[in-house]
Design a protein around this ligand. Structure first.
Ligand SMILES: [Zn+2]
Length: 132
């Protein structure tokens, strides 16, 4: 589809009534590997709160890309700043509209999952580099 704004014709990847798969960085809690999620560790037959997770059984959240929903956008929103065009698809969850960038929308479920995998792989590789 193309949208006309101030004499400019902006081409968008998807149409207003396309069903789109949305990907977002989501928070995850991971099971503590020291206490195996129980929150307790046994030392000489006595149980203690796990020092790694403070007895919670879970460790801090990890951020991962995931497909969060598939919806038809309410509208397409185009922002032009300093000549850079950003295309957003506006979705509604309950009362609040959310603006999702075009690069985070996919018309195909498989593609959406593939992109999540790619981003998660790239980002974990990036963290490793910082550590060393
Ligand atoms: Zn633990």
């Amino acid at each position: 589809m193309s949208v006309g704004i101030g004499g400019m014709e902006i081409k968008t990847k998807y149409n207003e009534n396309d069903l789109l798969y949305i990907i977002e960085k989501e928070k995850y809690e991971t099971k503590c590997i020291y206490c195996n999620g129980t929150g307790k560790v046994k030392i000489k037959d006595k149980k203690f709160d796990c020092p790694n997770c403070n007895g919670k059984g879970k460790t801090e959240e990890e951020l991962k890309w995931d497909v969060i929903d598939c919806k038809v956008p309410e509208k397409i929103y185009i922002e032009i700043e300093d000549g850079i065009v950003e295309v957003y698809y506006v979705f509604r969850w309950g009362d609040c509209p959310e603006y999702i960038k075009e690069e985070d929308c996919f018309s195909n479920r498989g593609e959406a999952f593939k992109e999540c995998k790619r981003r998660n792989r790239n980002e974990s590789r990036g963290t490793n580099k910082v550590d060393r």
